[in-house]
Write a protein that binds this ligand. Structure first.
Ligand SMILES: Nc1ncnc2c1ncn2[C@@H]1O[C@H](COP(=O)(O)OP(=O)(O)OP(=O)(O)O)[C@@H](O)[C@H]1O
Ligand SMILES: [Mg+2]
Length: 271
């Protein structure tokens, strides 16, 4: 049995959950068993990272949660606010590539999801500008993507994901292509946004260091088909900042996560 079910918030016992995957598997049409069985529960407002070797099914898991793809078996449940009008509305997706439309302005890029949803122009422009301000790009609404740095393009992509005010933000290796300093800055800005907006964030990364820095929980996956190898809670003084990144506790967590990840890479070429 496979299904994607939307909770209304009145189903007792699950109201604190944003996402729940139970016994979820995914086999693609070509026979590749990509995922599972996977059991994962993410609480509302939680920030979790998915970490695992290439091809273990991290992007597949995000696509299932976003309802861009259906599970082969098991149940994906999403809690949404009452009255959410259509599938996908409660979810913002940030991909590894910013995937901006090069022929139009930053504002129009950010406005696109609202335009597709039929939101009137004046309202959608205002909301796009608010989203741009929230990622520090208030002054770049009229710019074209080619005029922006890689980090700025990723900020635009984040603004576009936030513009519909989603409950859940899915981020698939969003900062992987950026230099380290830009990545650190975006990590801090993302944490500040998460604290302010209270979204549930599911963040995919290959970086142990990034996962520990950002997340309340690091979920380590096995090699394909991806299952959960370890689920490690990262507890520290909030809000996190550079002092956490340089602390002994941070190093200890990185070591634990690396150790949990090691079996997933055993037998794989390190090239
Ligand atoms: N549309 C598809 N059709 C067939 N196979 C697919 C499809 N998408 C992904 N796969 C396969 O499913 C497996 C999991 O892919 P997925 O993209 O989810 O991995 P990933 O963990 O995100 O990897 P990476 O870290 O490299 O991004 C891989 O073996 C991949 O080749
Ligand atoms: Mg992927």
């Amino acid at each position: 049995m496979s299904s994607v079910k939307t909770l209304t918030g009145v189903e007792t016992g699950l109201t604190a959950l944003a996402v729940s995957l139970r016994g979820v598997t995914k086999t693609y049409d070509n026979g590749v068993v990509a995922l599972g069985p996977l059991d994962l529960a993410v609480r509302r407002g939680e920030f979790i990272s998915l970490l695992g070797p290439s091809g273990c099914g991290k992007s597949t898991a995000l696509r299932l949660i976003a309802e861009l793809s259906a599970p082969s078996s098991g149940i994906v449940r999403l809690a949404r606010r009452e009255g959410t009008p259509r599938p996908g509305h409660g979810i913002g997706f940030v991909f590894q590539e910013p995937t901006l439309m090069p022929w139009t302005s930053v504002r129009e890029n950010v406005r696109l999801p609202l335009k597709l949803a039929g939101v009137p122009k004046a309202e959608s422009r205002g909301r796009a500008d608010e989203a741009l301000a929230s990622v520090g790009l208030a002054d770049f609404a009229e710019a074209f993507p080619r005029e922006l740095s890689g980090g700025m393009k990723m900020r635009v992509s984040l603004a576009r994901a936030l513009v519909t005010d989603p409950d859940i933000l899915l981020m698939d290796e969003p900062f992987a292509a950026l230099d380290e300093i830009t990545r650190f800055r975006l990590n801090n800005d993302l944490l500040a946004l998460w604290r302010r907006l209270g979204k549930t964030v599911i963040f995919v990364t290959h970086s142990v260091f990034e996962s520990v820095y950002l997340s309340q929980r690091v979920v380590v996956m096995t090699a394909r088909p991806g299952r959960i190898q370890a689920d490690i809670r990262i507890e520290t003084v909030e809000p996190r900042g550079e002092e956490f990144r340089t602390s002994a506790a941070y190093s200890d967590y990185c070591r634990s996560v690396s150790a949990a990840l090691a079996p997933s890479y055993s037998g794989q070429s390190t090239l």
